[in-house]
Design a protein around this ligand. Structure first.
Ligand code: SAH
Length: 243
C-alpha cells in the first residue's frame, strides 16, 4: 500500500501527467483538493473508490483516511492542484505518513504559474531583461518572514509570480511601483487553463481597477515584470554562433 501525492495540474484535465492519471485509475482511495482540482479527473477512479474533499478536512481527518487505506491495504491518491510542492502543505502530511510507517511518492504537476505564462504566451526569463523568477505570496493566515517582504524581493526586479493574493492587488501595486515603475506591465490570469479563464493585462498603475471591473477575487495568478514588455535580446542558446 502506498500514498501518491499527485499534481493534478492547473485545471484542464488533460494537464495531469500520464503517470498521475494511471495511478488515479487504480486508486481505491482519493483525497482531492476540491474547487481547485478539476473534478472530471475523479471519473478516472475505479467505481466504488472512496473520495474525500480536502477543502472540508483538517490534517487529523486526513490521517484517519490514511490509516483506513493502510488497514484496507489499498493505494491512495492525494490529488493536489498544480504541483504539490508549491503551497501544497504536503510536508506535514508526509510527516504523518512517516509516523504511520506508510510509504509515499510524489508525482509532480503543472503549476498554475506556468499555466498562466502559457495562457499569456509569455517566456518568464528573457536575455537582457531578467533571468530570475520569484514565486511568492502576500501574507494571509500564514505569516510571511520579514526578510521575504515583497519590497525586498522586488529590489532586483525579477519576474514575480504571486500566488494566493489577488485580494491584495492594490497593496501589491503600491509596494512594486517604486521598484518597477508605474508603466511596468502586469498580468492577472484567472483560472488559467479552465474554460472560464480570463486574462487582464495592464501596467502597475491601472491594473487594480481593471481587475475589480472583472470581479476577479480568487484563483488568480499575478505575473509582474519587464519581460511582459517583450523587448529583449536574442538568446545565446539559439544564436548563429552556437551552431
Ligand atoms: N499547488 C498549486 C498552488 C496552490 S495555492 C500550484 O502549483 O499551482 C492556490 C493558488 O494558486 C490560488 O490562490 C492561485 O493564486 C493559484 N492558482 C491555482 N490554480 C490556478 C489557475 N488555474 N489559474 C490561476 N491561478 C491559480
Amino acid at each position: 500500500m502506498k500514498v501518491y501525492f499527485v499534481g493534478a495540474g492547473p485545471g484542464d484535465k488533460d494537464l495531469i501527467t500520464v503517470k498521475g492519471f494511471n495511478l488515479l485509475k487504480c486508486a481505491e482511495y482519493c483525497i482531492f483538493a476540491g474547487s481547485l482540482v478539476n473534478e472530471e479527473l475523479l471519473s478516472a477512479l475505479p467505481s466504488g473508490a472512496k473520495k474525500y474533499d480536502s477543502s472540508k478536512m483538517n490534517l487529523e481527518n486526513m490521517t484517519k483516511v490514511f490509516k483506513e487505506a493502510k488497514i484496507a491495504n489499498k493505494d491512495l491518491v492525494r490529488l493536489h492542484s498544480g504541483d504539490p510542492a508549491i503551497y501544497g502543505a504536503i510536508q506535514e502530511q508526509m510527516r504523518v505518513l512517516d509516523e504511520l510507517g506508510i510509504l509515499y511518492e510524489i508525482i509532480p504537476g503543472v503549476s498554475s504559474f506556468v499555466a498562466a505564462s502559457a495562457a499569456l504566451k509569455q517566456e518568464l526569463t528573457l536575455p537582457g531583461v531578467t533571468q530570475t523568477i520569484v514565486i511568492t505570496r502576500m501574507e494571509g493566515n500564514t505569516p510571511m518572514p520579514e526578510k521575504e517582504h515583497l519590497s525586498k524581493l522586488a529590489a532586483s526586479t525579477p519576474t514575480l509570480c504571486i500566488f494566493l493574493s489577488i485580494e491584495k492587488l492594490s497593496e501589491i501595486v503600491k509596494i512594486l511601483i517604486p521598484h518597477y515603475g508605474n508603466e511596468c506591465p502586469i498580468a492577472v490570469v484567472y483560472k488559467a487553463s479552465w474554460p472560464q479563464q480570463k486574462i487582464v493585462r495592464s501596467c502597475l498603475s491601472h491594473i487594480d481597477k481593471l481587475v475589480k471591473d472583472e470581479a476577479i477575487t480568487k484563483t488568480a495568478m499575478i505575473i509582474v515584470g519587464h519581460v511582459l514588455n517583450k523587448e529583449f535580446e536574442r538568446s545565446i542558446l539559439y544564436s548563429e554562433n552556437a551552431r
